[in-house]
Design a protein around this ligand. Structure first.
Ligand code: PLP
Length: 234
């Protein structure tokens, strides 16, 4: 198959987002595309930016530290979407605009402290990542801890809790993933009610299942392969 350009890929994905949104009676502008640029060079980020992508997701703090000089001048929003180790939390709090993968209260507390110490005056946007299936997925907070932890996260003065994120188990058939997306939305609704807090953001859906995620209420989809092409296997 011939390589398609990032611009062509983006046009196709935007069309798919619009159709999925229409099927669900939603507007396409309610859905933010996050270009997942992990393993791809800064030049690929620039290419996507020129094509119109304004949100990017990286999954490793160190990789982003090495790459970010090559993206200087781009007015984009940078998301951390991968598991954050506690010894990197302070750096992450300064390097990213949003931490979409907070999976532990202690990490949230570290991010809060680091943000307070940094000379950044706005709050750090965070999502709590929820573990949707016991053993199959490694990261994320369990259902049991979610509401207690969320109560505490919302009280941290330098963080702004805006919603939930999940990585469901990988299943070939995207239809099989639908119940996980629905579950995350229900959890969000319950939690928002319990906390009396609007939690408008649902980050769910990747290259092979984002259309189903949008039908189930995703407001952010994280797309790597479909936008940038396949990643080199480590
Ligand atoms: C890599 C990654 C993605 C993107 O995956 P694709 O299948 O390439 O679209 C999305 N979310 C997270 C958390 C990731 O690590």
């Amino acid at each position: 198959m011939a390589q398609t350009s990032v611009r062509e890929n983006l046009l196709r994905i935007q069309g798919q987002i619009a159709s999925a949104a229409a099927r669900a009676g939603r507007r396409a502008d309610q859905i933010t595309l996050i270009g997942v640029s992990k393993t791809h060079p800064a030049s690929a980020i620039r290419e996507a930016y020129e094509a119109g992508v304004r949100h990017f997701g990286e999954n490793r703090v160190q990789e982003w530290e090495e790459k970010r000089a090559g993206t200087e001048g781009l007015a984009a929003t940078w998301h951390l979407i991968g598991h954050l180790q506690s010894n990197k939390a302070a750096r992450a709090a300064k390097l990213f605009d949003s931490i979409d993968s907070v999976d532990d209260l202690a990490i949230a507390q570290r991010l809060d402290r680091a943000r307070a110490e940094a000379s950044i005056t706005d709050k750090l946007r965070v999502l709590i990542e929820v573990r949707m299936a016991g053993e199959e997925t490694k990261s994320g907070m369990g259902f049991e801890e979610l509401s207690t932890a969320a109560e505490k996260v919302r009280e941290l003065p330098w963080l702004q809790l805006v919603g939930l994120m999940c990585i469901p188990p990988f299943l070939e058939e995207s239809e099989q993933i639908r119940p996980y997306f629905r579950r995350l939305r229900d959890l969000r609704d319950e939690l928002a009610g319990k906390l009396g807090l609007a939690l408008p953001v649902l980050s769910m859906g990747m290259s092979h299942d984002f259309e189903v995620a949008i039908e189930e209420g995703a407001t952010e989809v994280r797309i790597g392969t479909a936008l940038f092409g396949s990643r080199a296997v480590k």
